[in-house]
Design a binder for this molecule. Structure first.
Ligand SMILES: Nc1ncnc2c1ncn2[C@@H]1O[C@H](COP(=O)(O)OP(=O)(O)O)[C@@H](O)[C@H]1O
Ligand SMILES: [Mg+2]
Length: 407
């Protein structure tokens, strides 16, 4: 079978987008694109009186916070960097689509990543970007306010949402770790749908980028899960931009393309990579290639982090578990997440999924700056991630194990 090139994949996906009609970036109303002029079509059906209002406009979401790279075309006297159209094209080709991306990247990396940029221009860009993007100290009070306003995306299970204090955080990386069939892909499919919900219904009211490295993305599942959320499947499907990655280089390249797609003027709520590590593990094998593998994985994760910072999108990635050879017979878990320290340091929230009996699955907070190491039970159903069929939501248990857990 002829495999499409990455650009074909993105092109096909982009052409499916009914919402983000590629606005001329030069004619955007301001550098901050606000929700009221959003062209997002709502995928919710009328669910009837008991349901919250389904046609809520997207105005309940805060402004998209990034500033387009075009901003740096302004002369230095007007706060820009005096870049030419050619400079902008080169920046976009290297995945630098926002002023934030320049501000967040060290000058050495800018010089290494952007073709023939030159030191003087790189420095000019850098100083314009750091003037435009506030990156200094702030009070903890201001940070608390920001966190209180942060949008969280529902997992589809009230129990899991409670465990995660509201759901999946936007603007940071959440890693789903687990062996095969533990529910990682089902989780990804559910978030691809739920993140399109209005904020008032537990979503982030935006489109989704989905990078599939294992060939397990199934639009049919999106249709089924959309029905649970009373959303119109055809709109939900059209709001998901999917690309299949065939090797680790291609996976990094797709992320650069994703940065360009995300800067198209439409809001993207989530970027999903299922799996983040698999291709790196197959492309680099053995101890001899370990350093190269980790270096490339780190490059990929840094880019993901930058995209998450720039666009405020939720980043959800999956990871496998591997045998923990360091564990002794009696001590230490028998398995651990792949990707070593590089993965451990790149992900803000690490969730470990494991199988229970039947459709039951257990999610354990493996590492988080805010959540205790507690766990919760959820189910894999036709609706995606769900609470126990036929039950009301339950509270998560702290540090306990489910008695029926067969593992
Ligand atoms: N339509 C469906 N209805 C109910 N359960 C499903 C459905 N599709 C998949 N599943 C469940 O999801 C499991 C696979 O989970 P998946 O997320 O693909 O695992 P992985 O962690 O390997 O990505 C299947 O074994 C099945 O239990
Ligand atoms: Mg999977």
């Amino acid at each position: 079978m002829k495999r499409p090139s990455s650009s074909t994949v993105i092109e096909i996906a982009e052409s499916q987008i009914p919402l983000g009609e590629k606005k001329s970036k030069r004619h955007r109303k301001s550098s901050i694109s606000t929700a009221p002029d959003s062209d997002c079509e709502m995928p919710c059906d009328d669910p009837g009186p008991p349901q919250p209002t389904p046609t809520q406009p997207l105005a309940d979401i805060p402004a998209t916070i990034y500033q387009d790279i075009e901003r740096l075309r302004a002369p230095e006297s007007a706060g820009g960097a005096g870049l030419t159209a050619n400079d902008i094209t080169r920046l976009r080709e290297s995945g630098f689509t926002t002023v934030e991306s320049i501000a967040f990247t060290p000058i050495r990396k800018l010089l290494g990543s952007i073709k023939s940029i030159g030191e003087i221009r790189a420095e000019r860009m850098k100083s314009a970007a750091t003037r435009l993007i506030p990156m200094g100290f702030n009070t903890a009070t201001a940070y608390l306010k920001l966190r209180e306003e942060m949008i969280k995306i529902t997992t589809g299970s009230a129990v899991l949402d409670a465990l995660l204090r509201g759901g999946i955080e936007t603007g940071s990386i959440t890693e789903l770790i687990g062996e095969f069939k533990s529910g990682k892909t089902q989780f990804c499919h559910t978030i691809a749908v739920s993140s399109q919900l209005p904020v008032s219904l537990g979503g982030a009211a935006g489109k989704v980028i989905y990078i599939d490295t294992e060939g397990t993305f199934r639009p049919e599942r999106i249709v089924e899960i959309s029905e649970k959320f009373h959303m119109k499947p055809e709109i939900v499907l059209a709001n998901i931009v999917v690309a299949r990655a065939y090797n680790s280089d291609h996976q990094i390249h797709l992320l650069i393309e994703a940065a360009n797609v995300m800067a198209s003027g439409t809001r993207f709520a989530a970027i999903i990579v299922d799996s983040a590590t698999a291709l790196f593990r197959t492309d680099f094998s053995g101890r001899g290639e370990l350093a190269d593998r980790q270096q490339n994985l780190s490059k990929f994760l840094r880019l993901l982090q930058r995209i998450s910072d720039e666009f405020g999108a939720a980043v959800i990635i999956t990871n496998q578990v591997i045998a923990n050879v360091d564990a002794s017979f009696m001590h230490g878990p028998a398995s651990k997440p792949a990707g070593g320290h590089v993965m451990a340091h790149a992900c803000q929230t690490r969730l470990m999924l494991r199988k229970g009996s039947g459709d039951k699955r257990i999610c354990k907070v493996f590492d988080s700056p805010i959540l205790p190491e507690s766990e919760a039970v959820f189910y894999l159903t036709r609706d995606g991630i769900s609470d126990e069929p036929g039950s009301d939501s339950k509270r998560p248990r702290h540090g306990s194990h489910d008695p029926d857990d067969s593992d």
